[in-house]
Design a protein around this ligand. Sequence first.
Ligand code: CA
Length: 512
Amino acid sequence: MLRLIIALLLVGVTVPRGVAADRPNIIFIMSDDHAAHAISAYGSRINRTPHLDRLAREGMLMQNVFATNSICTPSRATILTGQYSHLNGVPVFNRFDRSRQTVAHLLQGGGYHTAMIGKWHLGSDPAGFDHWEILPGQGAYVDPVLYTATGERTYSGRYVTDVVTDLAIEHLKGRPRNQPFFMMLHHKAPHRPWDPDTAHRAQFADRWIPEPDTFWDAYTTRSDALRENEQRVADDLTRRDLKVQPPPGLEGKALTEWLAVKPDSVVVSRDGQTVTLSGEALARWKYQRYMQDYLATVQSLDDNIGRVLAFLEEAGLAQNTIVVYTSDQGFFLGDHGMYDKRFMYEESLRMPFLARWPAGIAAGSRSDAIAINADFAPTFLEAAGVPVPPGMQGRSLLPILQGRTPPDWRTSMYYRYYHDPGHHNTRAHYGVRTQTHKLISYWKKKQWELFDLVNDPHELHNLYGQPGQEKLQEALEAELLRLKRSVGDEDQFADEQPPAGVDGPVGKLRGK
Ligand code: CA
């Protein structure tokens, strides 16, 4: 305790009351677009992820952790602030106002050494970190550039997931020893365009991936919003996504335009013969190409998480370090015929959430409590003994992680998606999910969807307006309204266009 007090005094911080001498380190590992159903601990039918499975085996797997707005930048802003999109100023791809209070500021002020390595994607420079090293924007898979507050470096000939891991481990080796640390380690993978490194590409090149049960979903009974989506494997993947080889000699703008085409036929070589694929055969081929690359980038991620776990052990840090693994949202892996996220359907809504802390979380534990990404910041603050400010809307998951789910824990969650039409012609919507049901309102279309998640886990049968559902419908509509009000969403964005946020001239910001 004495050492901690001296350390805190040295950095000019008042020791918070009740702070334990052995406050845990925290490593928050977040990938981008990694669906829980591409992790074997979550029952994946398509791949094996031994290192992520190890986190589940040695810690807790949370089954029902949901993004409150299933898209990259908004989820990141919610994680940092503990607030829903309508309060944190980032409902779409707005630039995050770096003067806002975040979990990083609070932990830094509470005596933690704070670091952010990897994909930031919030349009402004990170704040509240003693050290940061980030990919600009989406970043590159190969030869990545990383920015710091003072400079930039290109990692020629290197693969981004390896580089980000190297930087994180190197930073931890040189960290100040008189403070606990909080590290955000954010990977680009497995975000589109799913470029694997050579070894993992080879590993998956000939792999046949089973199609999901809903690959050929015809969208009967569902809203027009689903029918209008432009994130379909069969129709919307580009030559770039599918890694179709361009004709020789094409370059510059002509090459970019050629790669952006969504092909309706593709020539492939099969058993020594040249075959032209179209229609159903082409859709199946596209799914294989998409998933082979997606899963190859996931495998590299899993390998690199293994490296971080090995480092923690070698450094004697494993016992009192909370390691969390999540992704900024889920992803459609051919489910309902789609890729991407945005919709409130399960595959996109669900975030993987694995937490290992040998000193504080029982090995092999599981929870199906309903959690949201706004809960992460309060969780880290409570674990660090730093008070959670009243403006945060999430609630600490620490009691759940320690097997003591509070009796008044939430039984439903509120969701709202704004980016309409966005990159994939996806309609704005909001909704409520309970342990058993989901109600979605596509308010611009005045259309609703209601699903019984117990009897219809794939969300294929819209019950809204069906005879016999009146009471259920009424109860869920009331719950949706209650939640909307309780989080302070006063509907200020309902007039179609989301707010401009703080977007404007980017100037010299490095994190744009
Ligand atoms: Ca994402």
